[in-house]
Design a protein around this ligand. Structure first.
Ligand code: SER
Length: 692
């Protein structure tokens, strides 16, 4: 039975048992608590929690999964046994308040023993220590006594969210294979392999670990397709099943190297990583320095190192991708439709790392003879990271072969020092303000209302590097007030300019407003003496405020237009919103054509001409998500969020200042579009009178 056969048999069985068959969800989950889809249930979280309606009471699919970061992370183990993968396919069936424990166990058992014909005597089952009900059901249906386990038989996708007790089915490869029963100290030996997990989703876990019963009793099952293939093809090693055998021969063809016992880990790592990198990029991930982009970059670099071990120079995963398409493109058509894009992105990434890998290896090899106690100093690992782009786990993987490790503590210390250096370089007086721990948070709740005439009290004055009680005309100072309508630079939007007055007299010109933690800092030059305790009237420059607001709303329109013209995977990676000017960084794998740039600009100007209403609303995060508001990945949002909506064109979570009608933007003009790093493009755009 091949992978293609198994997928078909599984889905047909559940279709015949009243399940709606749905395609795999994207590897990029709609869930900020997870980097990747780690299980089939990820897309059903809202259904379990009762915030979304199920599309049917019973559903089944084959889901693409990646477990390479966060709570579920198998990256380090890949290559060194026959069972671990970063990318894998999960067969799954779900009941949303329909059948529960008995139905789930009955169907799992029938499919395993009657449909695919496994020997019932070779199946061992486990249940949760607390779960007498599932244990009794197993006894009734099969006559088997379940092994009762604790933490192994409780399942959740993340630290919070739906969870519940589970029951696992393990296949016994027989007494010739070393390894003990599930739950025994040598359970990882390989004789028993978990082939299916039925989770009874009953609870919702909050951040404090409290369990609340879910509105309904649900079933969430998951079975690793690679393991089923291994069992059904009688292979102890998943990497010897048909799909992997074909991918490994593609590796041999490319590198001219045959697989041996010794180089087997490299074959496993390359084929595993090919799937993770290929599928992730096809779903819109771009290798980068943050979040899931960094996970994919690390995986790709590990694969390249193993290409190097096989003596291979030049492009590796990009050259192997067609073999992946051949093997899996029928089951996952996106591999084919995205082929050009994926190959291009991988090539870029491989080309930019190739020289660094060579040179970094030279450095590492020159350092190895000096190593004491088999521990590489953290400073060297840091240099490899900083100069040659070696992620820490890549260095560790290389050293693992030599039975060495990295001094991780000193590596982390170097990382921390570097962060502090760059903070000091770029943020000037920030450290000084950070030392003012007594200073209360500034109340800046008036910042969206713009015009206010309230007086505010001067709480702190920094002149040069010194906090002073009072300062004089001509002094360059930074001042914190008890409250302010000034918007301090954040979320990519530059802060306000304006003046402080006492009565009608201007006492300070504010050139810049920043934030340090929760304190708003006004930076500028005094025109009159000012002392701590003075009451001043902070007045923002409304022209500049309006120029910045129109640039910010235009940024949202730009993002919406890019997603419409290029594709839905375009994601914001950074931005700078200044008076009448926008810099917008986004994930996209190639240069935009002149026509695409024109279409984007035209679309933004069309929406400006339509004078769409821009609403600014505060709501709880759940309502915002329901409304489909776009969030920045990796950004932490509180319970209350602001949602900025422009007509039906754009809806984003955003703390910035905005216009009320798109017509206020007047005009937008794209000035430049260029690459800033592999897979990331930057657009600069003018708006308002500047664009005109
Ligand atoms: N979510 C469970 C698992 O991943 C069952 O699908 O094991």
């Amino acid at each position: 039975m091949t992978y293609n056969d198994i997928r078909k048999i599984f889905l047909t069985y559940f279709e015949q048992h009243g399940h709606k068959i749905v395609p795999s969800a994207s590897l990029i989950p709609n869930d900020p608590t997870l980097l990747f889809s780690v299980a089939g249930m990820v897309q059903w979280k809202g259904v379990f929690q009762g915030t979304e309606q199920p599309i049917a009471p019973r559903v089944a699919n084959v889901q693409k999964c990646i477990r390479a970061g966060g709570k579920h992370n198998d990256l380090e183990d890949v290559g060194f046994d026959g069972r671990h993968h970063t990318f894998f396919e999960m067969l799954g069936n779900w009941s949303f308040g329909d059948y529960f424990k008995e139905g789930a166990i009955e169907m799992s058992w029938e499919l395993l023993t009657k449909v695919i014909g496994l020997d019932p005597n070779r199946i061992v089952v486990t249940t949760h220590i607390s779960d007498d009900e599932a244990t009794a059901i197993w006894k009734k249906i099969t006559g088997k006594d379940a092994i009762r386990l604790d933490k192994d038989n409780w399942w959740s996708a993340g630290e919070t969210g739906p969870c519940g007790p589970c029951t696992e089915m393990h296949y016994d490869f027989g007494p010739d294979v070393p390894g003990g029963l599930p739950g025994s100290p040598d359970e990882d030996g390989g004789r028993f392999v978990e082939i299916w997990n039925d989770v009874f989703m009953q609870y919702d876990r909050d951040a404090n670990g409290n369990l609340t019963p879910l509105p309904k009793q649900n079933v969430d099952t998951g079975a690793g397709l690679e393991r089923w293939a291994a069992v059904l093809q009688n292979k102890l090693d998943n990497y010897d099943t048909d799909l992997f055998a074909n991918l490994k021969s593609a590796v041999s063809d490319l590198t001219g190297v045959k697989e041996t016992e010794e180089n087997k880990p490299s074959f496993k790592i390359i084929t595993d990583h090919l799937r993770a990198v290929g599928f992730a990029i096809a779903d819109g991930v771009i290798p980068s320095n943050a979040d899931r982009g960094y996970v994919i970059r690390r995986i790709l670099r590990r694969a390249m190192r193993h290409g190097q071990i096989l003596g291979h120079k030049g492009e590796l995963l990009s050259a192997l991708y067609p073999a992946l398409v051949k093997e899996m493109g029928d089951a996952y058509p996106e591999l084919k439709t995205q082929e050009k894009h994926v190959v291009e992105i991988i090539k870029n990434e491989e080309n930019s790392f190739a020289d660094m890998l060579q040179n970094g290896m030279k450095l590492l090899e020159s350092e190895l003879p000096k190593v004491n106690n088999n521990i590489l100093p953290g400073e060297i690992a840091f240099k490899l990271f900083d100069t040659y782009g070696f992620p820490l786990d890549l260095t560790q993987m290389i050293l693992r072969d030599k039975k060495m490790d990295v001094d991780v503590d000193s590596f982390e210390k170097c990382m921390k020092e570097q962060k502090e250096r760059s903070r000091a370089d770029t943020r000037g007086t920030r450290v000084l303000w950070e030392s003012q721990t007594d200073l209360p948070a500034t109340d800046d709740s008036e910042k969206y209302e713009a015009e206010t005439n309230r007086t505010a009290k001067v709480l702190s004055i920094l002149r040069g590097e010194e906090f002073v009680k009072s300062a004089n005309p001509g002094d360059a100072v930074e001042i914190a007030l008890d409250h302010t309508p000034f918007y301090g630079t954040q979320g990519g939007q530059v802060g306000d300019m304006g003046v402080f007055k006492i009565g009608d007299k201007i006492v300070m010109n504010v050139a810049e407003t920043n934030r340090v933690g929760n304190v708003v800092i006004h930076k500028g030059t005094l025109t009159e003496p000012v002392s701590i305790g003075d009451e001043v009237i902070p007045e923002i420059n409304l022209t500049v405020r309006q120029q910045t607001a129109r640039a910010h709303t235009a940024t949202h329109l730009l993002q919406a237009a890019l997603r419409q013209v290029l594709n839905e995977d375009v994601e914001q990676r950074g931005s700078k919103v200044a008076p009448d000017s926008v810099r917008f960084d986004f994930s996209f794998g190639r240069a935009m054509s002149a026509e695409e740039k024109q279409s984007v600009e035209d679309l933004v100007n069309k929406w400006i001409a339509q004078n769409l209403t821009v609403s600014h609303e505060e709501m709880d995060i759940e309502s915002a998500k329901k409304r489909g508001a776009m969030a920045l990945f990796g950004e932490k949002y509180g319970d209350r969020v602001r949602v900025i909506t422009a007509g039906d064109v754009s809806c984003e979570l955003c703390g910035g200042t905005h216009v009320y009608h798109t017509g206020e933007i007047i005009k937008a003009r794209i000035n430049k579009e260029k690459s800033i790093s592999s897979g990331i493009r930057r657009i600069t755009m003018s708006v308002g009178t500047l664009a005109e």
